[in-house]
Write a protein that binds this ligand. Structure first.
Ligand SMILES: Nc1nc2c(c(=O)[nH]1)N[C@H]1C(S)=C(S)[C@@H](COP(=O)(O)OP(=O)(O)OC[C@H]3O[C@@H](n4cnc5c(=O)[nH]c(N)nc54)[C@H](O)[C@@H]3O)O[C@H]1N2
Ligand SMILES: Nc1nc2c(c(=O)[nH]1)N[C@H]1C(S)=C(S)[C@@H](COP(=O)(O)OP(=O)(O)OC[C@H]3O[C@@H](n4cnc5c(=O)[nH]c(N)nc54)[C@H](O)[C@@H]3O)O[C@H]1N2
Ligand code: SF4
Ligand SMILES: [Mo]
Length: 738
């Protein structure tokens, strides 16, 4: 039933769909279409769309939509293009690809697909399938979002699915949101509503973040500002307090975990002579020792308590330790596997989760097959991911370095050809200026997108892709959730845009891959819809699902990670080598990498608050996800820009000595680059820290200074040992523009 049924007018077609990107939600809404044109969006009665959702109409009909295939006419990167036909574009790509493969082999081809579209059919997978059938290519590895969390979850629990569905929040008496800001940065549709319900029921909500966000203001009972990248030190000190006060749950630790003794020795300083006291942590984190002590005691006494970690503090140097330490705390307090608790590691519930290894019930994508280049990989053991072991993948942070250095730098190929689909790497991967240098060295670049994004400006050929409203697709909620969404096509493709599947099919035909697809687009979609256990349970009739657009999961109560393991450990061991929660990991001990110790440890970060580089660049930069953008999507929508201007947050204590006032243009710089942006002088950010929302479009002037405010001009292209992309660790200086 719809809230506001205005569809009595027979000229209005009402379609249930969604404008989902990697935006944190998968929100259904109704579109009213008149004479083939979408006119307005009507909210769904239950699932609340965000501001970007309502701006989607402006995105679909944006004057800067890439509507036709184009070829470069100016110099590389100048951004001058000319319209060409689909035939011309696809023939050209096929010719160049064939030539590159013949002369240099498949390892000269680099393909960057990313999370631009969360649709299960239309996403980078059809292009991956194409390249794999063609003889392979080099891909990237390492989730830009959450590799640290995934790594810690695999090591500690043997799976990524270590969260609860959000309807369980009402069962918590204490909720600690560690860097989780769902009122702006959507973290599953309706998470904020569940938090409000929990608060109404009396839960205390603690919020740990260097910024006083809208979540801190609207939902939290207490805000704890902390220096970025030092969270692990605070958690370790909390664990110390719990041990010193003998408040740990010994029964839980003994029954379900291994390695607590080694961890306790580290806390007490038996290993390195340093007691991890709240005072020790205070000097590192900037959080007062009293606050640390109080929170530790509260967390160990008030049960059930949900310690919920976002990904952001894991996107720091040694961020893997943050998620490992969170899991250790949850185990010490026995909050795992119970209603209202949380395993404190990686907030993904074991239902309807996003794709990835060790995630139950993931619906599949179109099968991509195996990369022929990968066939000779040597097997190395758990817990390192397949990607970690791969010799034919380049880490997300190392993309530019790999293009610049090639085989001589230890990378898997000397790249000539770059195919970019559903991705905006120049903008979204660290060290944009290095990215520019890398893109200038390549022979040929194809970008398949809906807009001429920052990366696309460097392309030789641009291929226009349809948006969600212009094709059918199937979506599952972000990070688990209790429904299925059919994204119904509402309008005809804008201009000559084609779906990602269609583009791959047409390219395959030109490359002579006759057996690219044995099924039609519609047949694939139906197969994908029914590819998971969840959908077999929840979706009866396909046509009914399609016409209703949504199917609720037949799950009667909140889903709680590891409920079985805790209730019945004998029959349900944890999927780890020891069968228990691994506070100590033998595999990590065997690995012998000091950056990945076998127990969670605080490791002093590079470019942290105590790095000698602070003499030159004294401010810590964090680059948060922005309310009105989904990564770099939506940045060009005027409605949304007006709603929340793109500015650098700086504390008055840092702004005043620099003579900076709100609204003034400032230079933000380090050895990697410089951008200009307006200042927002505010006490909502702690001193010593500045923040720029990530995703603004890189827009260099003639001196190479970015006037668009793209945060990655300043971030460092370093890969975490467990695979994280540390975009929240960077030192900068800020000065007034003269
Ligand atoms: N500094 C900094 N950098 C970050 C982050 C950070 O916190 N700080 N966060 C990181 C995170 S978590 C992520 S997930 C990445 C995202 O990194 P990317 O996935 O590379 O970036 P997006 O901005 O999502 O860009 C995706 C592109 O896909 C296009 N697109 C959308 N839908 C479709 C479609 O259906 N078909 C095609 N062909 N194209 C489509 C969009 O127009 C857009 O240009 O960014 C990372 N970068
Ligand atoms: N509106 C909106 N929502 C989104 C997205 C978006 O682009 N826009 N992107 C989606 C995607 S792809 C992802 S991966 C998720 C990302 O989800 P998160 O990783 O949770 O998102 P962020 O906004 O980067 O960070 C959340 C908060 O952590 C704080 N923070 C940064 N560094 C640190 C630190 O070192 N310690 C602590 N304690 N806090 C820190 C930031 O100030 C911020 O308020 O969001 C999803 N939701
Ligand atoms: S969270 Fe995502 S799917 Fe939901 S309305 Fe916002 S942009 Fe659309
Ligand atoms: Mo992400």
């Amino acid at each position: 039933m719809r809230l506001n049924d205005l569809s009595q007018d027979r000229n209005v077609k009402v379609v249930l769909t969604g404008g989902c990107h990697d935006c944190g939600g998968r929100c259904p809404y109704y579109i009213h279409v008149v004479n083939g044109k979408a006119q307005r969006i009507e909210p769904h009665q239950e699932m609340k769309a965000c501001v970007r959702g309502y701006g989607y109409i402006k995105r679909v009909y944006s004057p800067d939509r890439l509507k036709f295939p184009m070829k470069r006419v100016g110099e590389r990167g100048e951004g001058r293009f000319e319209r060409i036909t689909w035939d011309e574009a696809l023939d050209r790509i096929a010719d160049v690809l064939t030539e590159v493969k013949k002369r240099y082999g498949p390892s000269a081809i680099l393909c960057q697909g990313s999370s631009g579209s969360p649709g299960r059919l239309h996403n980078p997978a059809p292009i991956y399938r194409l390249f794999n059938m063609l003889g392979g290519c080099v891909y990237r590895w390492g989730s830009a979002s959450a590799e640290a969390a995934y790594f810690a979850a695999r090591v500690t629990f043997g799976t990524h699915a270590t969260g609860h569905t959000k309807d369980d929040l009402v069962n918590s008496r204490l909720i600690i949101l560690w860097g989780l800001n769902p009122t702006e940065n959507i973290w599953g549709t309706n998470t904020s509503i569940h938090l409000l319900r929990a608060k109404e029921k009396g839960a205390r909500i603690i919020y740990v973040d260097p910024r006083f966000t809208n979540t801190a203001a609207l939902i939290a009972t207490q805000w704890i500002p902390i220096r970025p990248g030092t969270d692990t030190a605070m958690m370790i000190a909390m664990a110390f307090v719990i041990v010193k006060s003998n408040l740990q749950d010994d029964h839980f630790l003994k029954t379900y975990t291994v390695g607590f003794d080694q961890f306790r020795d580290y806390l007490l300083g038996k290993e390195d002579g340093i007691e991890k006291t709240p005072r020790w942590a205070e000097t590192i984190t900037g959080v007062s020792s009293n606050m640390i002590e109080n929170l530790a005691i509260e967390y160990s006494k008030v049960k059930p308590a949900a310690l919920i970690l976002s990904f952001a503090p894991g996107r720091t140097a040694f961020g893997e330790q943050f998620h490992r330490a969170g899991a250790a705390l949850a185990a010490m307090t026995g909050n795992i596997g119970i209603p209202g608790g949380s395993p404190g590691c990686c907030d993904i519930p074991p239902v309807g989760v996003s794709p990835g290894p060790n995630m139950p019930s993931s619906p599949s994508l179109i099968p991509i097959g195996k990369n022929p280049l990968e066939l000779q990989i040597e097997e190395r053991g758990y817990p390192l991911s397949f990607e970690y072991r791969s010799r034919y993948k380049v880490h997300n942070s190392k993309l530019w370095d790999s293009i610049l250095k090639g085989r001589k730098g230890g990378y898997p190929g000397d790249f000539r050809f770059f195919y970019v689909v559903c991705a905006n790497p120049l903008n979204q991967i660290p060290n944009t200026n290095k990215g520019v240098r890398a893109l200038l060295t390549l022979d040929f670049i194809v970008v398949q997108d809906q807009f001429i994004n920052a990366t696309a400006r460097f392309a030789d050929i641009l291929l226009p892709a349809t948006t969600h409203w212009e094709r059918d697709d199937y979506m599952r909620p972000w990070l688990g959730g209790d429904y299925h969404l059919f994204g119904n096509q509402a309008i005809e493709p804008v201009g000559e845009a084609k779906s990602d599947f269609e583009i791959a099919c047409e390219l395959a035909r030109r490359l002579g891959i006759e057996d690219y697809s044995e099924k039609s687009e519609g047949e694939w979609l139906k197969e994908i819809v029914f590819s998971s256990g969840d959908s077999k349970r929840d979706i009866g009739d396909y046509d009914q699902f399609r016409s209703e657009g949504m199917a609720k999961a037949k799950v009667k109560r909140p889903v709680i990670a590891f409920e079985d393991q805790i209730r019945d450990p004998e029959h349900f061991p944890f999927p780890t080598p020891s069968g228990k929660i691994e506070i100590f990991s033998r595999d990590l001990a065997d690995l012998g990498d000091p950056r990945l110790p076998p127990i969670p440890k605080y490791i002093e970060p590079w470019e942290g608050p105590r790095d000698p580089l602070t003499e030159k660049f004294p401010l810590q930069l964090i680059t948060f996800h922005f309310k009105t953008r989904a990564n770099s999507n939506f940045h060009n929508i005027e409605w949304l820009r007006e709603l929340e201007p793109h500015m650098i947050w700086i504390n008055p204590r840092d702004a005043e000595p620099r003579g900076i006032k709100t609204g003034q243009r400032v230079r933000v710089f380090n050895d990697r680059g410089e951008l200009w942006i307006s200042a927002k002088v505010t006490e909502r950010i702690m001193p010593g820290v500045v923040a720029i929302g990530q995703g603004a479009w890189y827009c260099p002037d003639e001196k190479g200074i970015d006037q668009g405010g793209c945060a990655n001009v300043l971030t460092r292209d370093e890969a975490g040992a467990g695979g994280s992309t540390p975009t929240n660790t960077a030192l900068v200086e800020v000065a007034k523009c003269e």
